[in-house]
Ligand binder design. Structure first.
Ligand code: NAI
Ligand code: MG
Length: 353
């Protein structure tokens, strides 16, 4: 029996609604499988906590999290009560940084039962591996002459260690998929960092002779997402490029309410964190109408990372069965609520067992 202790941070807004739905699905999967069990420990950290305590999480919060296998998070943010830069940096970004979750993984795939703007939608199935710790988002730079002709300098940081780590992860994932990795570059316009990125990519690709490797400039690659997604399998990208490509992928999937994500500590020194792409959606919070599929798909990524890819497939399959039944929330043009979608997914998990 594998017992997984999971730290649960529902957070704010619809996070409080979609997290219990996904937990129900995972508990059903565990029940059916028999060989795994989840021990969920809930932490009420978020904006309400901030209003009471003046911090988003306790002083020793990070140390507390280190004792868990993984972290399952909903969404953080109540922009009406706490400024976003305070709430996100005090919880989400702090966890990502201090637990060295250096890779961000976001599958973008058109599920059965979903409508897409693409010409050949059945081909849309891409895994973006985004370097999550440096690149264009490094905190290096400054602003000067604030009272005069102000100027700003922002430097991008590319280390061999972090670039290689993201690329190696991309190649190992491609081996489990269609065997193809595309690197997002821009070495025709960025003179130092991107040629370096290309060199590292070339070196890493030689370690995986069975995987096909390609390199495309980010602007062309963005167009490929729409025009010929079938040429893409796994895409490895720097922090900024990955950020943009994953929003594009999310849009092509049909709703931000279904897009999943994982922040991985690939060395497994610390727990990784699994959270959907969407935020706390204050506009629909508390109404029971949020789409739980993003959080449920996210739970599939957690199963995969724990080594239970077979069970992850059951969860994704049950989601597609639910969409095929046309049991959909309003963001997908349906009339079902969160509870109805969750119950249908659970039924299909049982049928697929
Ligand atoms: P959002 O993702 O919360 O909402 C954008 C739009 O998508 C809204 O109209 C919302 O109703 C809809 N939506 C999102 N998730 C949905 C779901 N599961 N089902 C149905 N509809 C859904 O982004 P927004 O409004 O920019 O941000 C709201 C708050 O969330 C802010 O405080 C923001 O900082 C925070 N945020 C937190 C993130 C995180 O915790 N990882 C990520 C993005 C935003
Ligand atoms: Mg983004």
């Amino acid at each position: 029996m594998n017992l997984y202790s999971i730290a649960v941070i529902p957070g704010d807004g619809i996070g409080i609604e979609v997290v219990p739905a996904a937990i129900q699905v995972l508990d059903t999967v565990a029940e059916i499988h028999g060989g795994i069990r989840f021990d969920w420990t809930h932490f009420p950290w978020g904006c309400e906590y901030y209003l009471q305590h003046g911090t988003m999480m306790p002083q020793d919060g990070i140390d507390t999290l280190k004792s868990f296998h993984q972290i399952f998070l909903g969404a953080v943010g109540m922009p009406g009560l706490v400024p976003d830069h305070v709430s996100l940096s005090g919880l989400l970004l702090k966890i990502r940084r201090e637990l060295e979750q250096t890779i961000n993984v976001r599958p973008a795939k058109l599920l059965h039962g979903m409508k897409s703007p693409l010409a050949a939608p059945q081909d849309f199935d891409i895994l973006v591996v985004r370097e999550n710790s440096e690149g264009e988002y490094a905190e290096v730079g400054g602003r000067v002459h604030r009272n005069g002709e102000e100027m700003a300098i922002q430097s991008a940081v590319f280390t061999r260690k972090a670039s290689e780590r993201a690329m190696r992860y991309a190649f190992t994932q491609a081996a489990k998929r269609r065997g193809h990795v595309t690197s997002a570059t821009k070495s025709n316009g960025i003179a130092y960092s991107m040629p370096f990125w290309d060199d590292v990519f070339r070196e890493v690709s030689q370690l995986y002779p069975d995987i096909q490797a390609a390199s495309n400039h980010i602007d062309a690659l963005a167009a490929f997402f729409v025009m010929k997604p079938h040429v893409l399998d796994v895409v490895v990208a720097s922090n900024l490029f990955g950020d943009i490509l994953t929003d594009l992928g999310g849009a092509i999937m049909g709703s931000i309410g279904i897009a999943p994500a994982a922040n991985l500590n690939v060395e497994r020194t610390y727990p990784s964190m699994f959270e959907p792409v969407h935020g706390s959606a204050p506009d629909i919070a508390g109404k029971g109408i949020a789409n739980p599929l993003g959080q449920i798909w996210t739970s599939k990524l957690m199963l995969d990372f724990l080594g239970h890819e077979d069970l992850g497939e059951i969860v994704l399959g049950a989601m597609e069965d639910t969409l095929d039944d046309n049991v959909k929330t309003a963001d997908l043009g349906g009339t079902a609520n969160l509870k109805e979608v969750t119950e249908r997914v659970i039924e299909h998990v049982k049928l697929r067992a």
